[in-house]
Design a protein around this ligand. Structure first.
Ligand code: ADP
Ligand code: ZN
Ligand code: ZN
Length: 717
């Protein structure tokens, strides 16, 4: 994200945030009226009466209809917006925490404005669960409230704890490229965005650690965001111990969605109260109040898990940059394959480009070979050349990784006598065949519905139903047959469903107890498999021909990641990609490890097609019981924009509204979905338009039969 005028913090706050100023609570006269933001899709604030001194940022319990809700005080108006007689009394003013700080209010307010949501729907979900639940305060077992409970737990632990010195890990000496990157970041004065482009294994983590150590030495805090998959227990442990070796035990707090509510509150409090100095977290961590933030790092900045896909559809990377700007501090975006948006900003000089061109351990990047499958007879989906290479590597006592980003046994079951396929009844998608405890089942990956495989074709009674295509389960089975002496393990969402099973499987691989690893994208990130000499890639073409214009970019990033698992320790490692389209730019660039060439080519295509980062998108999605209703609403919404009722502003020139179209998977769980894309070369123009257009949509007659939502900067269209 690059800031243009309307989005700088200078224009902020539009709200009355300054009024929480210099007077202390005791000097202040009691407040009479407060405006409270609630987690409701309605308006921005509701007014209440109160008879004590209240500050902006404090949480209060208020009546709403027949319910009681926790909200945040956002204004102290001189008089209420509705007649005084209608204003209700606050139930309780919560003072277990100081008021939420101004910069946090500003951050959530910005996110609400930018992503076109009521402020309360951003602010409250950003708080740990217990802080926004009335029962945690007024219930029978509230016992002083959740904050007090966490504090008691921490005290008990502190009394018991014998300082557990972190293992000292010998830190390697920085190489010149790393040292230059650290120097650039630590000598930065004020806000600046640094794009750290380093090939896989180039030692980006070491750069982060040094930069973090430097801000901690100044008594400040650091925020390190990582993709979701990098905080799976086994990877988290590695990262935390490396961080603790640099910054000290107890200085690191971890936040991710897998934590229990109490744990999340604990980490959140430790960061806000300053006991913890480094916050390591997934996208949700970006909304944590950090009183002395000095540095922000977004590792794997291109990763799609930074984008929240429901509720407030924010980009944690973009908010991280905004926060750095707000605090006037540097932000580092690291990646082996930066998003084209970030790369474009670096090319234009808005981001400072830092480069780690070589692997830190001195090993070479693996060689990449494209296996053209067009003129080949595949054996169970595998090219003879790949099979031979696997045999050779196994004979040399190396490990092999076979990457197939499709779980299950086979993507579809079909009848050999008629046209029947295992279609999901609730979705416009096939049910995937899975093998579970020796029995075959059909599962829909969209709605989750599942059932046994029919004994005979439901259409014609034929008993010969056959799986078509292959997923990781079938691949595992094939490889076990082809390599009878080898130890084959599969790692995907199915094989790791039980708690702890992923850790156990990865431990086996790391301990060298596995010869062939079959996996989905779960194995692509972060892992360092010592004996890995060969990576085979199957069925990558499926991603190439997706409708989404970002598909090649994502495929490139993913394959670079998987390829990056190879050769960290093996000198002559290799990647083999089976493809029917070896001439595609993605594969050609991969073969040369040429991110820069790929990005140049990709940006040129985007420029000529008028796509991001050269334009800005917003996506209006409608869901209804039938597609016609969804399309009708989107048509009406477009009409409302293009031919507004008298008195409403006309759409600005420079804004394009495309035709409403069904989603690629149009029906999910009996709900049909369509979308309307808006595009403009000017972000402020798009923003201003959305602001005045969206409120008018709820009033459209066709809005009654749909659920709609808007996404700003969508990643998938
Ligand atoms: P990246 O995150 O860029 O893929 P890592 O940070 O995981 O790379 O580093 C790859 C490997 O190189 C790690 O084993 C790390 O300990 C090692 N390493 C990093 N910097 C150096 C260095 N300056 N000298 C020697 N080894 C290093
Ligand atoms: Zn049939
Ligand atoms: Zn389904």
């Amino acid at each position: 994200m690059h800031f243009e005028k309307p989005f700088t913090v200078k224009g902020f706050p539009p709200h009355n945030l300054e009024s929480t100023s210099t007077l202390s609570m005791s000097q202040r006269p009691p407040t009479t009226w407060i405006r409270v933001s609630l987690d409701l899709p309605l308006a921005d604030g509701f007014d209440y009466r109160v008879a004590q001194t209240v500050e902006i940022g404090q949480r209060v319990i208020v009546p709403f209809g027949r319910r009681q809700l926790i909200g945040v005080v956002v204004d102290l108006p001189a008089s209420p917006a509705v007649p005084e007689a209608q204003v209700r009394e606050v139930i309780a003013v919560l003072d277990d925490l100081p008021p939420l700080p101004d910069d946090w209010l500003a951050l959530t307010r910005f996110a609400a404005d930018y992503y076109q949501r009521p402020w309360g729907e951003v602010m409250l979900p950003a708080l740990p669960g217990p802080l926004r639940r009335v029962a945690a305060y007024l219930g029978k077992r509230a016992a002083g409230g959740p904050v007090r409970r966490v504090e008691r737990r921490l005290e008990r632990r502190a009394a018991k704890a014998v300082a557990n010195a972190p293992e000292t890990v010998a830190a390697p000496e920085l190489n010149p490229a790393q040292a230059a990157a650290v120097e650039a970041v630590t000598s930065a004065k004020g806000f600046g965005t640094y794009l750290l482009h380093g090939v896989t294994g180039s030692g980006k983590t070491e750069v982060y650690l040094h930069a973090i150590a430097a801000v901690l030495a100044e008594g400040r805090q650091a925020l390190l965001l990582v993709p979701e998959i990098n905080l799976t227990p086994q990877l988290q442990q590695v990262l935390v111990s490396r961080l603790e070796a640099v910054v000290g035990a107890g200085a690191v707090a971890v936040l991710h969605s897998g934590l229990a509510e109490g744990e999340r509150l604990e980490a959140w409090l430790q960061i806000w109260q300053g006991q913890a100095r480094v916050l390591l977290g997934t996208r949700l961590a970006v909304m944590t109040p950090m009183p002395s933030l000095g540095l922000v790092i977004v590792d794997e900045e291109h990763d799609t898990s930074y984008k929240q896909q429901e509720g407030l559809r924010y980009s944690a990377r973009d908010l991280a940059i905004w926060r750095a700007h707000q605090h006037d501090i540097p932000v580092v975006l690291g990646s082996a394959t930066p998003s084209l948006e970030s790369w474009h900003h670096a090319q234009a000089g808005r981001y400072t480009h830092l480069s780690l061109p070589e692997r830190a351990l001195g090993t070479m990047l693996p060689s990449v070979r494209l296996i053209d499958t067009r003129r080949l007879t595949l054996q169970h989906g595998l090219a003879p050349e790949l099979l031979q290479a696997m045999r050779d590597r196994l004979a040399a006592d190396q490990q092999v990784l076979v990457f197939l980003n499709r779980r299950g046994y086979a993507p579809v079951l079909h009848c050999t006598a008629c046209a029947w396929v295992s279609q999901c009844h609730a979705c416009s998608a096939w049910r995937v065949m899975h093998r579970e405890f020796g029995r075959a089942r059909l599962r829909c990956h969209h709605c989750g519905a599942h059932g046994p495989v029919p004994r005979a074709c439901p259409e014609c009674g034929n008993q010969d139903l056959q799986p078509m295509g292959r997923g990781t389960q079938r691949l595992e089975e094939t490889l076990a047959e082809q390599f009878p002496g080898a130890r084959v393990v599969r790692i995907d969402a199915d094989s790791t469903r039980r708690k702890g099973s992923a850790a156990a499987l990865f431990a086996q691989v790391h301990a060298g107890e596995v010869d062939i690893l079959v996996g989905t994208q779960m194995v692509a990130k972060g892992h360092d498999f010592r004996r890995l000499g060969l990576v085979g890639v199957l069925n990558a073409d499926a991603m190439l021909f997706s409708h989404d214009f970002r598909a090649p970019e994502r495929l490139f990033a993913q394959l670079m990641q998987v390829a990056g698992r190879a050769g960290r320790h093996q000198p002559d490692s290799q990647v083999m990609i089976q493809t029917g389209y070896p001439d595609q730019a993605v594969y050609q660039a991969l073969q040369r490890h040429d991110y820069v060439g790929f990005a140049a080519h990709g940006l040129e295509e985007r420029r000529s097609a008028g796509l991001p980062p050269f334009t800005y998108h917003a996506l209006l999605t409608a869901e209804a019981s039938n597609l016609a209703a969804a399309i009708a609403f989107l048509e009406a919404a477009r009409n409302e924009a293009e031919a507004p009722a008298s008195g409403e502003p006309a759409p600005p020139p420079g804004l394009t509204l495309f035709d409403p179209v069904p989603l690629r998977v149009v029906r999910v769980n009996r709900v049909e979905r369509a979308q309307l894309l808006l595009e403009s070369e000017h972000r402020p123009l798009l923003q201003q338009f959305l602001k005045q257009w969206l409120p008018r949509l709820s009033a459209l007659p066709s809005a009654k039969s749909v659920r709609w939502q808007l996404e700003v900067d969508p990643l998938e269209i």
